[in-house]
Ligand binder design. Structure first.
Ligand code: THU
Length: 160
C-alpha cells in the first residue's frame, strides 16, 4: 500500500500586488455581477474570461424557478466563449461574488461541474487557464490551471 498526496499550489495576493491584466479581469468579473440573475439565492456571481487574442467576455449565474435549470457564472461564461470564439483559447478566468453588494471576504471556489467545464476548455485548446478567485481579504491566484483544483480528472482520454 502506498500513501499518495495531491497538492494544490496557489498564491494568496492582495489586489494591488496583481499585474494590471489580472486586476482588469477581476474588475470585469466584479462588474459582471450586476447582471447576475439570482432572485432565489441572492448570491450574485460574475466571471470574466480573457481570451488569447485579448478579448474579455463576461457571464453571470442565471437562476431558474426550477432550480437545477439554472447555471453558474463560470459555465455561462465558458460556454459563451466556446460558442462565440470557438478557435480562441481561454487563458485566464476571474470569479467574484457578492450578497447584498458585499463581495465575499474569502474567494468562492468554482463548483465541481464548473471545474469539469474549465478542464474541457483547457483540453480543447491545449492551454491552461490562469484562475483568479477574488475576495476582499485576498485573491487566490492559481497559475497551474484547473488540475490544481481538480486532481482526479475525467477527460477524453478515458473514452479512447
Ligand atoms: N454559483 C456560481 O455561479 N458559481 C459558483 O462557483 C458557485 C455557485 C451560483 C449558483 C447559484 O446561482 C448561486 O451561486 C448559489 O449557489
Amino acid at each position: 500500500m502506498k500513501s499518495l498526496t495531491h497538492t494544490c499550489h496557489y498564491l494568496l495576493c492582495d489586489y494591488d500586488e496583481l499585474p494590471e491584466a489580472d486586476r482588469h479581469l477581476i474588475d470585469a468579473a466584479k462588474l459582471a455581477t450586476e447582471h447576475s440573475y439570482a432572485p432565489y439565492s441572492h448570491f450574485h456571481v460574475g466571471a470574466a474570461a480573457l481570451l488569447a487574442d485579448g478579448t474579455v467576455l463576461t457571464g453571470t449565474n442565471q437562476e431558474n424557478a426550477a432550480y437545477p435549470s439554472g447555471l453558474c457564472a463560470e459555465r455561462t461564461t465558458l460556454f459563451y466563449a466556446g460558442s462565440s470564439h470557438p478557435d480562441t483559447p481561454v487563458v485566464a478566468l476571474a470569479i467574484a461574488a457578492h450578497t447584498d453588494g458585499h463581495f465575499t471576504p474569502t474567494p468562492i471556489a468554482p463548483c465541481g461541474a464548473c471545474r469539469q467545464v474549465m478542464l474541457e476548455a483547457e483540453k480543447r485548446h491545449h492551454h491552461p487557464i490562469r484562475i483568479l478567485l477574488y475576495g476582499t481579504e485576498g485573491t487566490y491566484l492559481i497559475e497551474g490551471g484547473t488540475t490544481e483544483l481538480l486532481p482526479f480528472t475525467f477527460d477524453a482520454s478515458f473514452l479512447e
